[in-house]
Design a protein around this ligand. Structure first.
Ligand code: ING
Length: 320
């Protein structure tokens, strides 16, 4: 009997600035209960699931930002009910939050996600590596995207954990636009990748048809799951937060690259699928047998070069 794990994406509708962590936690617990009712054993919540997507705002009072949007401990009194409910129901979960901690004698701030086992123990932590947007104020822009201002680049790398009889890895939002991130997880044997996201419907830099942004989201998810032969659960926080729209389209993608189930709304919504974890075994032995087919000796530029540089083979200075 192939290994199965019933997994749910617990999508969260808008959290406004006026919403508190207690409001958010109450809704997350309701989603957890609904997922439990569907038989889910592993629930993936969104990125920054306890507050509004605050990087859309330019704020200069760091103490106020820390108080309103960062977690000094997880769980805290406000978020404890989520951890209690999950342990009582025997459900493992992924949840994203803004982490404030003291390391090397100074405050550190990360866009973080944790993996919590069905017994309530902290299994793993991931700090977002690919921070999109900008660090300086763009007063003329319709909204800000200040992840480079509020967070440091994650320093824990891309890791996987033995989790509920599977090998599970974590990513966050913009990571899904960088194939290297998934490949590093797959090279460590990832069978499941959990990813929470908050993706604005509007493009900050130039007019872009909103449908195109969703198209990108859908093709990336299917390609990454297939090319790395992993199950991929992507969970949105979405809807209009203080008027600023983010799209939903939470989804569970099979290692075949097929979307198994997708959300229909931009509100609190649970989708669930009974994932055959061994479905990928054949793919990993044949088409995506990394050991048999990959040729890292030709991939050096991927690690050595950051930005693109034009270096044609038919020009004297060309560097291979
Ligand atoms: N959000 C967006 C994302 O990567 C973005 C930011 C959207 C960057 C579209 C570039 C293009 O989905 C987060 N939180 O990363």
């Amino acid at each position: 009997m192939a290994r199965h794990l019933k997994i749910a994406a617990a999508q969260l509708g808008p959290l406004h600035r006026k919403d508190t962590r207690v409001d958010a936690t109450r809704r997350l617990v309701a989603l957890l209960r609904e997922a439990h009712g569907m038989g889910a054993k592993f629930v993936v919540f969104p990125e920054l699931a306890f507050t509004t997507f605050f990087p859309r705002w330019w704020m200069e009072d760091q103490a106020e930002v820390d108080r309103n949007y960062f977690e000094r401990t997880l769980p805290s009194a406000d978020t404890q009910p989520l951890f209690d409910a999950a342990r009582k129901l025997g459900i493992g979960f992924y949840v994203g939050y803004a982490e404030l901690t003291e390391e090397q004698g100074r405050p550190r701030r990360f866009n973080t996600a944790v993996l919590v086992g069905p017994d309530g123990t902290l299994v793993g932590k991931y700090r977002k590596v690919h921070l999109p947007g900008h660090a300086e104020h763009k007063p003329k822009a319709a909204f800000q995207h200040l992840e480079k201002k509020y967070f440091e680049v994650g320093d824990l790398g891309f890791r996987v954990w033995r989790f509920m009889d599977t090998i599970t890895g974590m990513l966050i939002c913009n990571d899904r636009r960088w194939p290297e991130a998934f490949r590093v997880l797959a090279l460590q044997g990832a069978e499941i990748v959990a990813l929470g996201f908050n993706t604005p419907t509007e493009n900050l830099h130039y007019p872009e048809p909103p449908a195109l942004r969703v198209h990108h989201h859908l093709i990336m998810a299917q390609a990454m799951a297939f090319q790395n032969a992993t199950w991929l659960i992507e969970t949105a926080k979405c809807g209009h937060e203080d008027g600023f729209r983010m799209f939903g389209h939470s989804l569970i993608v099979a290692p075949s690259g097929e979307i198994a189930v997708k959300s229909q709304t931009e509100e609190d919504e649970v989708i669930c699928y009974n994932c055959d974890i061994d479905l990928a075994a054949n793919l990993k032995k044949t088409m995506f047998n990394f050991a048999a087919h990959r040729r890292p000796e030709h991939y050096k530029l991927i690690v050595e070069r950051v930005g693109a540089e034009v270096t044609p083979a038919n020009e004297p200075a060309a560097k291979r």
